[in-house]
Design a protein around this ligand. Structure first.
Ligand SMILES: NC(=O)C1=CN([C@@H]2O[C@H](COP(=O)(O)OP(=O)(O)OC[C@H]3O[C@@H](n4cnc5c(N)ncnc54)[C@H](OP(=O)(O)O)[C@@H]3O)[C@@H](O)[C@H]2O)C=CC1
Ligand SMILES: [Mg+2]
Length: 368
């Protein structure tokens, strides 16, 4: 039968989002309105946007790898003033006009516009790193080593820079399209057709059955890590339909009750909007999991106690580097049973879906 959407937990969702630090802390409304209106103006006014670039702050990338610096025991993303970004371009042998290749990200509470700039045109990456006293790190590694707020802005910057790199030509005429100053759209010079940066909607779902939940792993995951079921929405689907289809496709289970929990922008593989839900397995459909082995290596039910103890164990050290792999060949070859079960790291929406279920026992009792 059709799914019964449950009350969306908006208040809870905002609270969790703040915990996740994906969003800036809530500010005085008037200040926030000024901020978003300025960004809107810079998107619409090319001359004003270029002018803003001369006094803005910059996140640098090199071939989509974000620039990071060591900070305490970890790393942090660094916002460079425009003068410093110009110096880097100079070190890389590039003219100052290259600064205008940047894309607009947002503006700070004191109304300083912030941008992301890819220095790919500078061939000598090493010279840039030496001049800046830091390094350009693979996004997958950076994403798990930085603070949540930094990770979100890097994710946004990379997504926007990647989109421009992947959409240089008009789909209508095949001609090179022209970007606006802020990088918020591209226009075909022949047809006037406008393209905007896109995100792919992805559903991600923790399926529960009373006191146990269904988790799965892929062969590219680091050993021992089990995560929630996820999949791209098909065109024309709503969230309920996509959740129901993905769970049926990947593990052969049908779900009958759905609760949207929160969302997250996710930079891999390009730019996804993760729509995170809890769902309840339909009665009589919980015993035989039939795993789609083209997509998953394994899937199984975990008791609340098992999941609880996974949260209290430290993440295995190989785990974070494990997330940095890009192909099954690169990943560790350890058998799934060799490493104790653990859950995805805290910057993932999967982590928060599982944590939420552990912390809110009544979720396991949602009506079928
Ligand atoms: N933040 C988090 O906590 C988590 C995030 N995720 C993310 O969720 C996303 C989806 O999960 P995944 O299981 O891989 O998805 P799916 O179950 O939909 O399967 C992946 C397949 O979908 C196809 N595909 C790739 N891109 C698109 C697209 N834009 N639109 C439609 N189909 C596409 C590809 O097939 P083909 O190659 O045959 O074309 C790909 O192999 C991944 O990007 C993953 O990184 C997943 C788990 C946790
Ligand atoms: Mg999937």
């Amino acid at each position: 039968g059709p799914l019964t959407p449950r009350r969306a937990a908006f208040d809870g969702s905002l609270r969790r989002l703040r915990l996740l630090a994906w969003t800036e802390p809530r500010r005085h409304l008037a200040g926030y309105v000024r901020q978003v209106r300025l960004v809107q103006e810079l998107k619409e006014n090319d001359a004003k946007c270029r002018q803003a670039m001369d006094s803005g702050l910059y996140l640098l990338f090199h071939r989509l790898a974000p620039f990071v610096q060591r900070h305490n025991s970890g790393y942090r993303a660094t916002w460079l003033p425009a003068a410093e970004a110009l110096r880097v371009l100079d070190v890389g042998g590039q003219p100052p006009e290259r600064l205008h290749d940047a894309v607009l990200l947002d503006c700070t509470p004191d109304l300083t516009p912030r941008f992301a700039l890819d220095t790919a045109s500078c061939a000598n990456k090493g010279a840039l790193e030496a001049a800046l006293d830091g390094s350009f790190m693979k996004m997958r590694s950076a994403f798990f080593l930085l603070s949540g707020k930094d990770a979100h802005m890097l994710s946004k910057g990379q997504a926007l820079l990647r989109w421009h790199g992947d959409h240089r030509f008009s789909g209508r005429s095949g001609r090179l399209s022209l970007r606006d100053a802020s990088g918020s759209k591209r226009t075909c010079p022949d047809t006037g057709h406008v393209q905007y940066p896109q995100m792919a909607p992805v559903v991600i779902v923790l399926v529960v059955d009373g006191d146990r939940c269904l988790l799965a792993r892929k062969d590219i995951h680091p050993p021992g890590m089990y995560s929630t079921i996820a999949g791209f929405c098909d065109i024309g689907e709503n969230v309920d339909m996509a959740v129901r289809r993905e769970v049926a496709e990947e593990v052969g289970v049908t779900v009958s009750s759905l609760n949207f929990v929160f969302s997250q922008h996710w930079p891999f593989p390009s730019s996804s909007m993760m729509l995170a839900c809890h769902a309840v397995a339909e009665e009589g459909h919980t015993e035989q999991i039939s795993v789609d082995t083209t997509e998953l290596e394994d899937a199984r039910w975990f008791s609340r106690d098992e999941v609880h103890s996974a949260f209290s164990r430290p993440v295995p050290p190989e785990a974070l580097s494990g997330w940095a792999v890009s192909s099954p060949e690169e990943s560790s070859q350890a058998a799934p049973g060799d490493v104790p079960f653990w859950v995805p790291p805290k910057w993932t929406v999967a982590h928060w879906l599982i944590r939420e279920w552990i912390q809110v026992p009544k979720l396991g009792l949602m009506s079928r």
